[in-house]
Design a protein around this ligand. Structure first.
Ligand SMILES: [Zn+2]
Length: 319
């Protein structure tokens, strides 16, 4: 059937209405639900040609705008680990993570300035443009991978870069020494993780890494999973509080009985995933963790009370 102009206009109008409705729904205030799921985004490379692993800088900036617009609020690794989530009331925490420490994430130009097109450059601009939005991010780094993934690819800037990230409130965590697949290299878990810690301490002596993102999302055999959390190599020890996978799923709430600190799920950072996330935000907001604005109180709907696991020093509140 041939579409007539009036039909086309009507369809276009309806489509527009749906969009307006969706964005209204996405900005309404949500009731607290601290057993809901948390999106943890995994970004990789920043560059001109968009793909599953590459995000152009202007598209990344738009992601940040969308998070802000749809009521998501950046969550730190520290908040996630301790459970003291400081997300404002009615907002959904989102953790931004960056894997593989490529130069595209943090590049210093010849003149000593941060490249405005690298991930850090884009985030710093966003912080200047929207000072009300407390942007945070976690970098899962590899000190001895091949260029351009060797701790952001500019060895002479290693110390300055790490100091800058920490001073600006970004966090550093482990992605192993050189992207070791622990399904294969499971006899070298302790070596890989201790060496990463040692290398980071060369630049920042007081920095203890607290989390690991598994390269390729690959796990060692079950009996070796404890080594992901702690171990030592030639007298040097390390300790991880949580292990992140690459399952492309929303994370469980850290207050939920279903939460597994050895398998914290992350989402893949590409367009299809973002589209789905914002659609879910508009159509089924009840699936998400929504903060009560109180760090030590865990607020949940009465019907879900039985699913809560309350850490020491925290209090449960139902409604
Ligand atoms: Zn990786």
């Amino acid at each position: 059937m041939k579409t007539r102009p009036w039909q086309f206009r009507a369809v276009k109008k309806l489509f527009h209405l749906a969009l307006v409705l969706q964005s209204t729904l996405a900005t309404e205030t949500l009731p607290p639900n601290e057993l809901g799921k948390i999106p943890i985004i995994t970004y990789h490379v920043f560059g001109a040609k968009e793909s599953e692993f590459v995000r152009p800088p202007e598209v990344f900036y738009r992601d940040l705008l969308n998070f802000r617009k749809y009521g998501f609020w950046p969550l730190s690794l520290e908040e996630f680990i301790t459970g003291e989530i400081k997300t404002p009331k009615g907002k959904i925490p989102v953790m931004l993570t960056f894997d593989d420490s490529s130069i595209s994430q943090f590049r210093i130009l010849e003149n000593g300035e941060i490249d405005p097109h690298c991930a850090v450059g884009v985030m710093e601009k966003f912080r200047r443009d929207y000072p009300d939005y407390a942007l945070k991010a976690v970098f899962f780094v590899m000190p001895k991978a091949r260029y351009p993934n060797n701790l952001f690819g500019q060895p002479k800037w290693n110390k300055k870069k790490l100091e800058f990230l920490l001073a600006r409130g970004y966090e550093i965590a482990s992605h192993t020494y050189w992207h070791a697949n622990f399904q294969i290299y499971h006899d070298r878990i302790e070596e890989q993780l201790a060496k990463t810690q040692i290398e980071i301490e060369r630049y920042i002596p007081q920095l203890k890494l607290k989390a690991l993102a598994l390269p390729f999302g690959k796990y060692p055999p079950q009996e070796k999973i404890t080594k992901l959390f702690q171990g030592s190599y030639k007298g040097f020890s390390y300790q991880n509080r949580v292990i992140f996978d690459y399952a492309n799923k929303l994370s469980e709430s850290p207050y939920s009985v279903t939460f597994d600190k050895a398998k914290v799920h992350r989402l893949h950072g590409f367009q299809g995933v973002f589209d789905k996330l914002f659609r879910q935000r508009a159509q089924s907001p009840q699936i998400f963790f929504v903060s009560d604005g109180l760090a030590k109180i865990i607020t949940v709907p009465r019907s879900r009370k039985g699913e809560a696991k309350i850490p020491e020093g925290f209090r449960l509140q139902v409604y």
